[in-house]
Each structure stands twice: as structure tokens, then as C-alpha cells.
Design a protein around this ligand. Structure first.
Ligand code: FE2
Length: 244
């Protein structure tokens, strides 16, 4: 496998992110999209995780169901949807594959707010564009160099059985929108994302989907994975080691 050259490594260290175009071939992107299509076609989302109820008691039940669905998602394939995808009864308002296509928009954040380690700086995001990511369909935006000033807030688990199942320590500071730099990439590009760099993507309001495959790597040696993180390894699926 190819390594970063010294200039690429320096750029990543300065900016907190790095674009590597052509990481996957077009054929590899197509194969991954086909597999995503199969998974979505077999998708089964429990009704209580997608229905809007009216009474307060039912509201709590819905929240509890969604909380369990979220907190136990570490070793399973779970589906999360944008607002406006379901009607009041939980029926899809748009075809499910289109609903998934719209997923992936996230307001500005640092990954370490959700995947906290001690020390910091041990988590690397891998974001692979399976289709061209453009200004119109929701490419990533970064504040270059923002990975050096710590973590603004953390999402932590509440005691088991509580609703909601998570809460935040600290708050996301107001950030000057003009500091964000758009990062459009072509299909097959890999974007490396430092765990503390501030990034976001805008809602995809275009008629072109922007599928991406994303996951995180952690340098486990000498690192404490916070037991308060929402995502926890399980007996069925421990975090798989890349090397030992
Ligand atoms: Fe992120």
C-alpha cells in the first residue's frame, strides 16, 4: 500500500485534513455502491424508530426506542434518516433509496466530540467519495488548522436506561462561516480527517446523490477509548485490529 509522501504528510499536519484523489477506481466505487444498494433494499427499520407520535408518553417511548436503536448500533447496520423522510404514520415519503441518498449532512463538528480518546489525536477519519462530491450535493467543508485547539464539547452516555441516552458536556462555539473551505472531490477520492479538525457538510438540495463510505481508525497503543463514548465495542464485534 502506498504511503503519504513528506509533502502530503506536512499538509495533513498543517491543515488537519488531506485529499487523496484516485484512492479507489471507478469499478471499486461501483462495486461498493452495488453492495449499499443491496443493503438498502433489505433495509428494515423498526416502526417505533421512524414514527412521530403525539402524546407525551408515546413521545418518550419513541425516544427510548430510537435511543436503543442508536446506542446499540456499534456492531450492527443501522439506518438514520434526515427530517422529513417519514409521514406521521412512519411511511416513507420518498423512496427509501432516495432517503438514504440524502443522508450525510452534518453541521459543523469535531469527530473527537463523539469519539473521545485520551490522549487526543489518536482518531483518524477516512471518508471515501463513491460519487463526485460537489458544492451542490454536499461536499465536505473544513476550517484548515482547527485541529490544534482541543475539543469544544463531548457527547457522553447517560446512565443505562435513561432518556435521552446521551447528553453533551460543553457547547459547540459559534464559528465564523467564512473560515470554512469547501473540499469538492471526484468519485474515488479519499479524504483523511484529523479527529479534532472542525468540518461540516451542507444539506444536499440537488437532485444528484452524494454517496460516501466513511469509518474511523484509532491508534490503540497507549490510548484510552472513553467508556463514556456512545459507540462501544461489543463481545460480538470488538473493534477489529488492523495490525498487532
Ligand atoms: Fe465528521
Amino acid at each position: 500500500m502506498a504511503c503519504l509522501n513528506p509533502a502530503q504528510l506536512r499538509k495533513f499536519q498543517e491543515d488537519g485534513f488531506l485529499v487523496l484523489e484516485g484512492f479507489l477506481s471507478a469499478d471499486e466505487c461501483v462495486a461498493m455502491q452495488q453492495r449499499i444498494g443491496e443493503i438498502v433494499a433489505e433495509m428494515d427499520v423498526p416502526l417505533h424508530c421512524r414514527t412521530e407520535f403525539s402524546t407525551q408518553e408515546e413521545e418518550q417511548l419513541r425516544a427510548q426506542g430510537s435511543t436503543d436503536y442508536f446506542l446499540s448500533s456499534g456492531d450492527k447496520i443501522r439506518f438514520f434518516f434526515e427530517k422529513g423522510v417519514f409521514d406521521k404514520k412512519g411511511n416513507f415519503l420518498v423512496p427509501p433509496e432516495k432517503a438514504i441518498n440524502k443522508i450525510g449532512h452534518v453541521s459543523s463538528h469535531q469527530d473527537a466530540s463523539f469519539l473521545y480518546t485520551e490522549p487526543l489525536g489518536r482518531v483518524l477519519g477516512m471518508w471515501i467519495a463513491l460519487e463526485d462530491a460537489t458544492l451542490e450535493n454536499g461536499c465536505l467543508w473544513f476550517i484548515p488548522g482547527s485541529h490544534t485547539s482541543g475539543v469544544a464539547r463531548r457527547m457522553v452516555r447517560a446512565p443505562a436506561g435513561s432518556v435521552p441516552g446521551t447528553s453533551f458536556l460543553g457547547s459547540e462555539p459559534a464559528r465564523d462561516n467564512s473560515l470554512f473551505v469547501p473540499t469538492p472531490v471526484q468519485r474515488g477520492a479519499l479524504v483523511l480527517i484529523h479527529g479534532e479538525v472542525v468540518h461540516k457538510s451542507e444539506p444536499n438540495l440537488s437532485d444528484r446523490s452524494r454517496q460516501a463510505y466513511t469509518f474511523h481508525l484509532m491508534e490503540a497503543s497507549g490510548t484510552i477509548w472513553s467508556p463514556e463514548n456512545w459507540l462501544q465495542p461489543t463481545a460480538e464485534l470488538p473493534f477489529p485490529p488492523l495490525y498487532t
